[in-house]
Design a protein around this ligand. Sequence first.
Ligand code: ADA
Length: 555
Amino acid sequence: MERIFRTHEIRNSHECDPVWRLTTPDAGGLGHTETVTVPGVWESHPCLRRYRGRGIYEQTVSCGGNVRFLFGGVSIRAKVFLDGRLLREHYGAYTGFEAIAARVQPGYHTLTVEADNRFDSQYTLDFPNDYYAYGGINRPVVMEQLGDLYISCCHITPRETEKGWIAAVDATVSNLCEQQRCAVLSVSVAEGSESKQIIIPAGETVSVAFSLECGQAKPWSPDSPVLYEARTVLSVDGEPADDLIDRIGFREIRVSGKQILLNNRPLRLRGFNRHEEYASFGSAVPLSAMIQDIQLMRDMGANCIRTCHYPNDPRFLDLCDETGMLVWEESHARALSEEQMRHPLFTEQILQATREMISQHFNHPSVFVWGILNECADDTDYGTACYRKVFDLIRQLDPNRPVTAAVLERPGGRVYDAMDIVSYNLYPGWYRSSAADEALRRKQAEIDSFGGLGKPVIISEIGAGAIYGYHDPLGESKWSEERQASILENQLTAVLSDSGITGVFLWQFADVRVSEDWFASRPRTFNNKGIVDEYRRPKLAWRTVKNIYTADRDA
Ligand code: ADA
């Protein structure tokens, strides 16, 4: 399933069979063909551990009429064919997309997905980086057989009023046939419900707005993550023809002075940066591993997760909604230089990646902030203009969540005025010998002088490395678990005792594989700053973080 709950009772929608045939034409020799399962990455196969190329996935499907394939994620770009006919191309491993074939002859058909994880300058968000760009269909695939009309989207924004909660609904209905059609669209959430007559011109999509009075619905909060089903039903000639089921939480996020308020209560954030990766499963993280990660972070006293540096699987966000784990989600970008940002395709690609993230993850109550452009060129005119363009898009698409960007510690930041929440990354005691409290003071002075005065501040990354199992009883050498624990103790003590800081995300939860280009500074070609290794085996720092985070939680 593409979510952790059923999204349809009327629509004919089911996950594609898990077994596919995979051919890797760029693996040398004659195309290597294997039986694989989806979701999955080809790097899980012993012969394809470092394969960078195309992977041609094929499966026979039985379908007819208007067929819609929903892909949770294909890394890093995809071409989708039905019986050899190109239906859709998509770039971006971390957001979903649809491929539609109208009026298909009922029977057996060949579904082909060409995944390609080669780096290419035309795909500006992906390049050898401090995480691994896997290859494959790494999230679920769903096949739907639709009527002429279907509900293509339903965004719900909860607002608290003196009369109780209001759910502002923006739904869209698409018409796949060549005649104009009439229908009735009904939406129900908690005790609120409303229906409207709609007319959808041939081949078009129409938007419908509702305002549902939901009375005294129970609010969603980290301590009490109450979720409500949002059910949208489309009826044609009095008969239910399509539906879409989602889940929402009644909560509002806003910034007030240096505080981030959730339902008017200030948040204090103790979190982790988490890449979407699990040892030999790569970026196709099993659901059971997703929930285990949340449990492990909560056990250490954390209450939030930053999805560095890209949108996550909706099922992971569903689990965060369910458990009350707050989420900083960000569109895909890490450490692009001004030159890279000047590529003619960059702006449209980062805007599209951001548009898809917000459109697909809009309803998750756990997502409290949208982040962008991690450690990009925020110190140049051109880079700053890019930041402002992406912030502007987010504010158009979702004015109800604050925006931020994790910038570098180095001076020169020029976008503090454009952020609702100021965030930055620093590694005192690891990359720099500076004392943590002095580093915090220095950066805060810059933030206050250049547009960030009086805004909430989040330490979006702070940490140190250790190789799992490497011990130095004297606690002296870097890469030892002992040294990591002592650096983290200094860092977290300084951050959590600084009254001007609203929250912190440790870098990082688990060790992750990185591009081989980074081998010289990344032992094992891994980023080893995890508190657990890639198999979730705790390092000594686990105890340090747990002591500090739980003491802060229980203070
Ligand atoms: C940066 C970057 C992270 C990671 C980290 C590190 O802050 O945002 O992705 O590379 O440094 O481990 O050095």
